[in-house]
Write a protein of this length. Structure first.
Length: 276
């Protein structure tokens, strides 16, 4: 193999690391890949870490120990988080987005790959320390952001369905309370092979009003003996204040609605402005 130049190594290492967030790569992996000394690879990684920090592209973290190495985490700066969520809030507050039942039309935002990736980065960085084994969501609107969150955490996405499918094998099915007044009973199901007892789950969904669907996913995980280490949503309504699930991380809050204009007042959650 011809001698690989530093700029070539940097380009390749950057692609490898950012393509697999939260995955540890040993120095030996890169020394064998590029035929370079560990000291040279360490210098390369230092250059990349500085560049990522300077241009707000995430962080390279060194992991000590025999199984250690380096991994990339797409942790955005406070400025990037605030500007992203303020811009999204502005778009979501435009007239014409309000739907019957005080729901918002959000599909164009959650299904935009760039925006869903940004939201996934923000949600994931809240739960890196919880080390979930998978991300759980409910079909269908929460899937894009949940998928991006799972990608940033380097874990699988698991999807609960409203009914079991024959091609997924045997499933656990539960009933849960939905609706503002708790007068509607709905069903969710999850294939038995989807998760393993003793794992840890992060629950992600697109919208929370009363929290009935999230409560159902929490109860579903109990049936599998899985610990829920966190719950996050893209938007939560300010009312009702008492939700069926506590401790939910919401990126934005729907504070009020104007039915005549068909618009809502959406703002970033307060915790966003308190980031370090």
């Amino acid at each position: 193999m011809d001698r690989i130049k530093r700029n070539e190594r940097l380009a390749a290492m950057s692609r490898i690391l950012t393509a697999s967030p939260n995955r540890i790569y040993t120095l030996s992996h890169f020394t064998e890949l590029f035929g370079a000394a560990k000291s040279t690879i360490s210098e390369d990684l230092s250059i990349l870490a500085d560049a990522f920090s300077q241009f707000d592209l995430g962080r390279l973290t060194t992991v000590a120990g025999a199984a250690g190495g380096v991994m990339y985490r797409a942790i955005p700066s406070k400025e990037k988080v605030v500007s992203t969520l303020e811009e999204l809030s502005k778009r979501l507050s435009q007239p014409g987005r309000l739907l019957p039942g005080n729901f918002l039309y959000t599909t164009d935002i959650t299904c935009d790959s760039d925006l869903s990736e940004l939201m996934g980065e923000i949600l994931a960085c809240r739960y890196y320390d919880k080390a979930p084994d998978f991300v759980l969501t409910m079909e269908t609107k929460g899937i894009p952001v949940a998928m991006m969150t799972a990608r940033m955490l380097g874990v699988p996405l698991v999807i609960a369905r409203r009914d079991s499918k024959a091609y997924e094998g045997s499933a656990v099915k539960i009933n849960y309370i939905s609706g503002d007044t708790g007068d509607r009973i709905e069903t969710m199901a999850l294939a038995r092979r989807a998760v393993t007892p003793g794992q840890k789950a992060l629950i992600i969904d697109d919208f929370m009003k009363g929290g009935g669907t999230l409560r159902g996913m929490h109860d579903l995980m109990k049936e599998f003996d899985v610990e829920v280490v966190g719950t996050g949503v893209v938007i939560a309504t300010a009312e009702p204040r008492k939700k069926r699930v506590d401790g939910v991380t919401a990126l934005m809050v729907l504070e009020a609605v104007d039915r005549e204009q068909g618009s809502a007042v959406v703002k970033p959650s307060e915790w966003v402005y308190k980031l370090n």
